[in-house]
Each structure stands twice: as structure tokens, then as C-alpha cells.
Write a protein that binds this ligand. Structure first.
Ligand code: ACO
Length: 271
């Protein structure tokens, strides 16, 4: 038991240099993995290496993990892309946005697809991902919170989709979950004004599952994890799969999908 509870570092995090470059910490404690954006002095601004780091964590996530928590060190969840990426010299060791664009349209599109992989895996049916968000979640930071299944936020949270204000589109997988959560009109309002969404509105429009005082954020996440781990693992995976497919199916198709999953469950339960 003590061994099972022992804090272990994920394979990715063992690579100290990659971890330092990406600004992401990764820890596994039994069925719970924690990803911490760890550049508080830069408000957890993200670089190409951050997105590669997130993708590598997804590729090597230990099978026993059921819940993944994504949080930020310091006062902000994340101030979004490191603005130094937009300078001609870029971020040391990583180049700049303009040097990346010079790889050609198809090449850069492929690169963006690889960055997106760092966000997409957080929706896998095998896990439930929780963004624990305090302070600013701007641009790429907002999209990382949107990549998670659930968002538990501190009352000082400030969501902002800044990209259109900078001449960009949100391209780190955030547009679909935003529309699904808040509806098209509200998503247009939030993105095309690049305005800030505070905690009360986030709660009201479905962006946040729960708002708590800043000092209670860790405990609130801990409580949610305990609730999530109290259900049967295989049933949870099958149910998430069903819920994720629901919008794309007709009621009839969804009913068939439920029946198929249930037969598999009953077979498993009867040994
Ligand atoms: N990129 C690089 N450095 C950043 C970023 C960023 N996105 N955000 C903050 N920093 C740095 C600041 O330059 C500062 O560094 P310094 O101490 O060396 O001067 C440090 O982090 C602290 O930032 P402050 O602005 O002093 O912190 P404050 O708490 O007052 O404000 C805030 C935080 C609101 C997040 C502000 O820093 C900000 O507006 N940052 C830029 C946000 C942004 O436009 N992001 C891009 C979004 S678009 C996208 O992600 C695709």
C-alpha cells in the first residue's frame, strides 16, 4: 500500500532537461497524474516545447492513471503563448514563430497538428481530466483548460481568448469544446471581443463546474478526484465513451450504443 501510494515520477519527467525546457512538471501518484505548468516567473507562458512536453506525457501516461489534473504554479494558470515566440529571435533553443512559418504552409500545418496532440489526449475515455484554474487563463492557457473534461476554478479566475486580438485564431483545440460548453453565440462573443470571463459568468455559462475560494482550490480538486475514483473504472470508461459520442448520434443510434456497452459490462461483471 505504501508503495502504491509512493509518489512516482512519470517517464517523461525523468528526463530532467526536457522537463526544464518545456516548463512542465509531471507526477504520478497511483491512479492520479498531475501536470503542473511550471514557469511562474513568466506566468506559465507556453512555448513549442511546452506543447511537445504535453504530447509526450500523453504518449507515456501510465495505464493505471484514471484522473489527470492540470494546474499552474504561482498566481496564474497560464498567460498563454510566450510572446517572445513572436519576436524575430524567438525563445532561445526553439526559434521563433516566423522561423517556424518559414518551414512552408504544409510543414507548419503539420507542426500545429503535433502541438494539438498535447491537448487532444486529455479527452481520452480512459481518463478524466480536471483543469484547476486560478488567475489568468489566456489564449493557449484558456484552450488548455478547455481541453480538460472538467474545470474547477478559483474565484479570481480570468478566462480570455486573446488570439483574435493578436490577429490569430485559437488553434490549440479550444474552439469545439468552447462552443459545446457555452453555445455558438456566447463563444462568438467571448472570442471575437477577446474579453475577460470572470468566475461568476464562467459558472453561469457552463465553463466552470465549480468556483471556490483560492485557498480551497486544491481541496476542491481532491474532493472531485475522490468522487470520480469511487465509481467502477471500466464502467466509467464505457460511460465516458457513450457521453462523448452522444452529440454525433441520433437518439436511436445512441440507444443502440448504450445497449452494446451494457452487454459488454454485464458480461464482464458476470465473469
Ligand atoms: N509571454 C511571455 N512572458 C510573459 C507572458 C507571456 N504570454 N505573460 C507574462 N509574461 C511575463 C512578463 O513579461 C513578466 O516578465 P518580467 O518579470 O521579466 O517582466 C512576468 O511574466 C510577469 O508578468 P506581469 O505582466 O508582470 O504579471 P501580471 O500578474 O501583472 O499580469 C498578465 C499577468 C495579465 C497575464 C500579463 O502578464 C499579460 O497580459 N500577459 C500577456 C498575455 C498574452 O497576451 N498572451 C498571449 C495570448 S494568445 C495565445 O496564447 C495564442
Amino acid at each position: 500500500m505504501a508503495e502504491a501510494q509512493a509518489r512516482q515520477r512519470g517517464g517523461y519527467a525523468d528526463d530532467g532537461s526536457a522537463q526544464a525546457e518545456s516548463g512542465v512538471r509531471f507526477e504520478v501518484d497511483g491512479e492520479i497524474a498531475t501536470i503542473t505548468l511550471d514557469r511562474p516567473e513568466k506566468r506559465n507562458a507556453m512555448t513549442f516545447a511546452t506543447w511537445h512536453g504535453l504530447a509526450r506525457i500523453g504518449e507515456s501516461l501510465p495505464e493505471q492513471v484514471r484522473v489527470v489534473v492540470v494546474k499552474g504554479e504561482g498566481p496564474s494558470f497560464s498567460a498563454g503563448i510566450d510572446l517572445q515566440m513572436f519576436t524575430p529571435e524567438g525563445v532561445p533553443g526553439q526559434g521563433s514563430m516566423s522561423s517556424a512559418v518559414e518551414t512552408g504552409e504544409a510543414g507548419f500545418e503539420q507542426r500545429i497538428r503535433r502541438f494539438q496532440a498535447g491537448f487532444l489526449w486529455l479527452r481520452r475515455p480512459e481518463i478524466v481530466s480536471i483543469a484547476a484554474v486560478r488567475g489568468h487563463a489566456i489564449g493557449a492557457g484558456f484552450q488548455l483548460a478547455l481541453a480538460c473534461d472538467l474545470r474547477i476554478v478559483a474565484e479570481n479566475v480570468l478566462f480570455c481568448m486573446k488570439e483574435p486580438a493578436l490577429g490569430l485564431v485559437p488553434d490549440l483545440t479550444g474552439t469545439k469544446p468552447l462552443v459545446e460548453l457555452v453555445g455558438l453565440a456566447k463563444a462568438i462573443d467571448i472570442c471575437l471581443t477577446a474579453r475577460t470571463v470572470h468566475a461568476d459568468e464562467a459558472m453561469r455559462i457552463g465553463l466552470a463546474e465549480k468556483v471556490v475560494a483560492g485557498g480551497d482550490l486544491d481541496q476542491a480538486v481532491h474532493d472531485k478526484i475522490a468522487e470520480l475514483l469511487s465509481t467502477n473504472r471500466d464502467a466509467a470508461v464505457a460511460t465516458k465513451r457513450l457521453l462523448q459520442g452522444a452529440q454525433a448520434r441520433t437518439l436511436e443510434e445512441q440507444s443502440v450504443a448504450e445497449a452494446i456497452e451494457q452487454v459488454a459490462r454485464l458480461k464482464a461483471l458476470s465473469g
